[in-house]
Design a protein around this ligand. Structure first.
Ligand code: ZN
Length: 194
């Protein structure tokens, strides 16, 4: 084994550890690293102190379009894109940084991390498969996750036009909402991403 492949392997182990710590499922690790399943399971047990949970990954794009998940998904995805475009981060580096920043922003607002790491990864994969697109809200100009090929000319986001049941959580969602809108106009996250 050459020294280069050793280095690559170490980077892959570190990537797997980062992902496990953030809550990744085994399928995510198997897709994003070349490490064997047996090694990944061992790593998972060492990092989390338990066996990886079994079960299917979420496979529907619909979840990302429902109201609150859409706001969180849009916040995460805007950060993810900006880390790649503005900071020149590689795909998985941007993914991990974006997820940490997303969780941090949500924690500042005292809200729940509605978007789990495995969901966030599924979101990225759906974009890569052209199943989702970003649509610009015609009122706030924020960019929001939408089904691919859905019309954009009169699109209004879930923040500008919340469903009536949203009233109870209006105050809590506002902080997250502000951050999605801010992502479009680029202001407050800049110092965080620098
Ligand atoms: Zn809007």
């Amino acid at each position: 084994m050459s020294s280069k492949s050793l280095l690559v392997e170490m980077q892959q182990v570190q990537l797997a550890i980062d992902l496990i710590e953030l809550g990744a499922r085994l399928q995510v690790l198997e897709t994003e690293t070349d490490l064997s399943r047996a090694r990944l399971i061992r790593l998972f047990k060492e990092v989390r102190g338990m066996s990886p949970p079994k079960g299917m990954l979420p496979f529907s794009t619909d979840w990302f379009i429902t109201w609150m998940p859409n706001i969180h998904s849009s916040l995460f995805y805007n950060i993810f894109l900006r880390l790649q475009k503005d900071q020149g981060c590689e795909r998985m580096e941007a993914f991990i940084k974006a997820y940490r920043l997303y969780a941090e922003q949500v924690a500042i607002d005292g809200a729940e991390t509605v978007l789990g790491l495995t969901r966030a990864w599924t979101l990225v994969r759906f974009f890569e498969s052209d199943l989702l697109q970003l649509s610009a809200c015609t009122r706030c100009a924020g960019h929001f996750v939408a089904h691919a090929h859905s019309p954009t000319h009169d699109y209004v986001c879930g923040i500008c036009q919340p469903p009536s049941r949203a009233g109870k959580t209006r105050k809590r969602r506002q902080g997250v909402a502000d951050r999605v809108a801010a992502g479009a106009t680029s202001a407050p996250l800049d110092h965080r991403l620098a």
